[in-house]
Design a protein around this ligand. Structure first.
Ligand SMILES: [Zn+2]
Ligand SMILES: [Zn+2]
Length: 192
């Protein structure tokens, strides 16, 4: 038996196998380090994984591989980032599809009115005749201020109905007797 191990060829094969195992061991530790660094943002985990591989691999190679496969994060960070980007792009595409806010049907971005439910979608700027949003306070294309003429009209609109409405309220309150319930059905307060 000792003569067999003393053989030069056998010893060479044994040494080669030994060095190959060492090399494999180091390579496995390096692979684990790189693999873990790709999969987690935690700076300590790659070193932990490398340490575990170095400690346990010579004794429990299959068990170490199985444990590492179970413990390591399933996705690479790059894959996670890419997937998030794709999801965001998809979401943005869905949000870009315009729908009528009344009937929820798809409408064209250039329509000013919904052809199904007659909901107003856009209006035309009186100055440059381009399409503007209903809630815009001024035209984004030409800069026309939509609120300025409205402010000028308010004093006129408030001054006119004031003398008309004042006697209407007083006559309704004093002259006409009302039931306990208040407003008579079929009557309108404004009309009196
Ligand atoms: Zn509609
Ligand atoms: Zn305009």
């Amino acid at each position: 038996m000792s003569a067999f191990f003393a053989n030069a060829v056998v010893q060479l094969v044994l040494y080669a196998t030994f060095f190959y195992m060492i090399l494999l061991w180091i390579a496995a530790a390096y692979w684990a380090f790189r693999d873990m660094r790709d999969r987690t943002e935690n700076p300590l985990l790659p070193f932990l994984a490398t340490g575990l591989i170095i400690l346990f691999l010579p004794f429990l190679f299959p068990l170490g591989i199985v444990v590492y496969r179970v413990v390591r994060p399933p996705e690479r960070l790059g894959d996670v980032y890419e997937r998030n980007l794709a999801e965001e792009a998809l979401l943005a595409e869905v949000e870009a599809i315009k729908t009528c806010r009344m009937c929820d049907r798809r409408v064209d971005a250039e329509w000013i009115i919904c052809p199904w439910c007659r909901q107003r979608l856009k209006r035309v700027c009186p100055n440059c005749e381009r399409l503007v949003g209903l809630d815009w306070s001024l035209c984004a294309w030409c800069g026309k201020d939509f609120e300025r003429p409205a402010v000028e009209r308010v004093p006129q609109a408030a001054a006119n109905p004031a003398p008309v409405s004042a006697p209407a309220v007083s006559s309704a309150g004093s002259v006409v007797p009302r039931p306990a319930g208040g407003i008579v059905p079929g009557e309108s307060v404004v009309g009196r």
